[in-house]
Write a protein that binds this ligand. Structure first.
Ligand code: ADP
Length: 334
């Protein structure tokens, strides 16, 4: 078994910051989103108001954190970043809210994981720019109303469906971030290679773009690993041969699917006859946390047409049988 993890999913790494575009014009792809956002930002600046609260929705690694800091840069304001699991008690959130500066951006990642008491505090803060703080206990308790500076909340989530409607309705701007196409990924890879001073051929860039799962974070990580292969096994230049070799070693195919992706599809086909199978059962069968199954693996498999979500559970499509070289006699309804 392999000691090196070949899964390229969630966690951000430290080096990621040097590759992060600073301004909207460096942010590749998502053209419509960028066009709209740049208008909202210009309008807010002209009125000398903070930008409306902004909701960023999309799978991990597509640029939500990056966009939050771009919004702050474009507004010429400060940014304060946190994530919902890091906020435990109401005072954790109150502490940040009472310290934000006028016009600044407050970024909360994984906002669907905010505890209900904190969520309630947050949506009052978003709407009225104040918080109600309870002092004392029992009959002696009283509520103190604390005014807040006008700020912009940028909330990010991989799961829009898990955010309560009182919270989601308080965002004035909602941005859905989609998987990137190969051309956009190629641009991102070329840009990252320049920043990190990596030699890579044009064909190798295009090939790597296909293997990157529509995700800039994965494209950047694979680029770094390929540099290692090129350094040790080649002459330092990433060629198409190096990409083929590297992807083989990492268990990634030319559709960008990892071992676990193929394992998920194979499990549904072989154990559940192509489905439908519930997410919890599937999560146990493939040994993957339900969160990463739903947030990371499934969105790409669905987007690529290998998997369907139905009310009765997950089902594989004919394309999945073809991918794995299995016959789909049972799935006559496809
Ligand atoms: P998320 O917050 O959605 O998980 P991040 O914003 O942390 O994703 O992005 C992951 C990495 O991918 C960052 O290092 C960033 O440099 C890169 N990236 C994301 N989107 C883009 C883009 N549109 N153009 C260029 N690089 C991007």
């Amino acid at each position: 078994s392999s000691v090196v993890s070949t899964s390229f999913q969630q966690e951000a790494d430290v080096q990621e910051n040097i590759l992060r575009p600073k301004m909207l014009c460096d942010f590749q792809g998502q053209q419509q989103l960028k066009d709209n956002l740049s208008i909202f930002i210009r309008a807010a600046r002209e009125r000398e108001e903070p930008l409306d609260h902004t909701f960023l929705i999309g799978p991990p690694g597509l640029g939500k954190t990056t966009l939050a800091s771009i919004i702050a840069n474009e507004m010429g304001s400060e940014i304060r970043m946190t994530s919902a699991p890091a906020l435990d008690k109401p005072k954790d959130l109150a502490g940040i809210l009472t310290n934000v500066t006028e016009g600044s951006v407050f970024f909360i990642d994984e906002i669907h994981r905010l505890k209900p008491a904190l969520e309630e505090m947050l949506y009052i803060a978003m709407e009225d720019f104040e918080i109600d703080w309870v002092i004392g206990q029992g009959p002696a308790a009283r509520t103190m109303r604390i005014p807040l500076p006008k700020f912009t909340l940028v909330g990010a989530t991989t799961k829009a469906g898990s955010v309560s409607s009182p919270l989601s309705s308080r965002f004035g701007i909602t941005c859905h971030i989609e998987f990137y196409n190969e051309k956009e990924l190629a641009q991102i890879i070329a840009r990252s290679a320049t920043i990190m001073d990596i030699s890579i051929s044009k064909d190798a860039i295009d090939l790597l773009a296909k293997c990157s799962r529509g995700t800039p974070r994965i494209a950047n990580r694979l680029l770094k690993r390929l540099r290692d292969f090129a350094t040790v096994l080649g002459d330092g230049i990433i060629t198409t041969e190096i990409v083929h070799h590297g992807m083989g070693r990492l268990g990634i195919d030319l559709n960008g699917l990892e071992k676990q992706d193929r394992n998920i599809l194979r499990t549904i086909i072989e154990f559940y006859d192509g489905g439908p199978v519930g997410a919890e059962t599937l999560s146990i069968s493939v040994g993957e946390a339900i969160e990463s199954l739903e947030d990371f693996y499934e969105p790409y498999l669905i987007q690529k047409g290998y998997l369907k979500r139905t009310p009765r559970g997950r089902m594989t499509t004919k394309k999945a049988y073809d991918l794995l070289g299995l016959s789909s006699i049972r799935n006559s309804n496809e």
